[in-house]
Design a protein around this ligand. Structure first.
Ligand SMILES: Cc1c2[nH]c(c1CCC(=O)O)Cc1[nH]c(c(CCC(=O)O)c1C)Cc1[nH]c(c(CCC(=O)O)c1C)Cc1[nH]c(c(C)c1CCC(=O)O)C2
Length: 383
């Protein structure tokens, strides 16, 4: 049976959570935004069921950066089109988002866009430099930089997001689309440093030195991220992931004091939309409990912490996502399978487990290895 056929056989999401808990922040499908287009029904989605801690007949799997440079069909389509421009072309967004879904039969699609797209949309002078990442022309350093550079985002600023998501929902049928945004700290780090940074020195300096600017900046980024997520869900995205990729550079104490309140604002701002909220960062082993507590239904885990340790930190009231080391895709097949099985075994004890890598697919990854991994996860006996 193909993965796609198997997915269609998944039970409806009416099962009860294994630990008997009920999260009252989530309603039922009756509460779905009225203006959300119907598209294909995702009520049988194993991905959504696992996010909600409901019974599944196979472990759902998708990959961060499943679309992108590891796929030859992506590289071909993107030829001559700058990254940020490609995000504003709905036909291209739909095609690129669909490529890994068709190839791998993954249980969810991730919207092809970038965390800096909403910043670009409000006029921040930035670009994504291939091989480097986002580069900001005029970094934010004082409170006077915040307001002129960072106005509020409105849905009208990103019409191509609404159009792309709508197109995707009808194309995807029963496969749910995950919308996403960058969390305030991770976005702030690019805006303050002016580009990628190893130690986030300038970001932390501003955080410690200038509480007023920090609050103005992270507060504004929280509303921008929340609007970006709401636009995607209103257009039909069925789950959201908040990427606080660089939060792992903080001690737990500093995370709680300076960063968690703003991530919580974003997650709280989409709580009424009745979609699972995934919260992920790299190297966040020490922060997993706090990242769940910020308002996540699912906590993303990178590979530096074992999934069993992660479960103890996240607690039984939330699901987990992760956490195979992306370089394991370069290991011999039997090594990859054994390591994936170990992750799956640990995931059995979770309220719900969504299989993923611990961070994004590396550009040099062989797509055939990813396909074998998807098939391995789908063949894993859950009962
Ligand atoms: C930190 C961050 C960024 N962007 C993102 C994050 C958070 C996730 C993470 O922690 O990796 C999020 C993101 N960026 C992209 C997606 C699309 C969906 C997917 O995951 O498949 C998602 C979810 C497309 C992209 N975003 C980018 C690419 C590569 C662009 C290309 O093809 O040239 C893609 C497919 C560019 C980008 N954008 C960013 C970086 C660091 C880079 C890589 C720069 C490089 O190595 O060339 C910022």
């Amino acid at each position: 049976m193909s993965a796609a056929e198997k997915k269609d056989e998944a039970p409806t999401t009416s099962g009860t959570p294994k630990d008997g808990t009920k999260d009252d922040t989530k309603g039922t499908s009756k509460d779905r935004p009225k203006d959300a287009p119907k598209g294909g029904s995702t009520t049988t989605s194993t991905f959504l069921a696992a996010c909600r801690g409901e019974k599944v007949d196979h472990v759902p799997v998708w990959f961060m950066r499943q679309a992108g440079r590891s796929l030859p069909e992506y590289r071909k389509l993107r030829e001559g089109v700058p990254m940020l421009e490609s995000c504003t072309r709905p036909e291209m967004v739909v095609e690129i988002t669909m490529q890994p879904v068709r190839r791998y039969g993954v249980d969810a699609a991730i919207f092809y866009s970038d965390i800096v797209v909403p910043l670009k949309a409000i006029g921040v002078d930035l670009d994504i430099v291939p091989g480097t990442g986002p580069v900001v022309a005029k970094p934010i350093r004082t409170v006077k930089d915040v307001e002129p550079q960072l106005r509020e985002l409105t849905p009208a600023d990103v019409p191509y997001v609404t159009e792309s998501v709508r197109g995707l929902v009808s194309e995807l049928g029963t496969t749910p689309l995950i919308g996403f945004a960058g969390a305030p700290f991770t976005l702030a780090s690019y805006l303050i440093e002016g580009g990628p940074s190893r130690d986030h020195r300038l970001t932390k300096e501003l955080m410690y030195r200038d509480p007023a600017t920090w609050d103005a900046l992270l507060g504004r980024l929280a509303t921008i991220a929340a609007t970006f997520l709401r636009v995607q869900v209103k257009a039909g995205a069925k789950a959201v992931q908040l990427f606080d990729s660089w939060a792992g550079s903080l001690s737990r104490e500093d995370y709680v004091k300076y960063v968690k309140p703003y991530a919580k604002r974003v997650l709280d701002a989409v709580a009424d939309l009745d979609v699972p909220r995934i919260h992920f960062g790299v190297g966040t082993g020490e922060l997993l409990g706090e990242m769940g507590d910020a308002g996540a239904d699912v906590v993303g885990v990178d590979w530096r912490v074992s999934l069993s340790d992660a479960l103890a930190r996240v607690g039984s009231g939330r699901s987990v996502q992760g956490n195979l080391d992306p370089t394991v895709l370069f290991a011999p097949d039997e090594v990859m399978r054994a390591k994936a099985t170990a992750v799956l075994d640990a995931g059995r004890k979770a309220r719900g487990h969504v299989f993923n890598l611990g961070h994004g697919v590396l550009p040099a990854t062989d797509p055939d290895a990813l396909k074998r991994l998807v098939d391995h996860v789908h063949a894993y006996e859950v009962r």
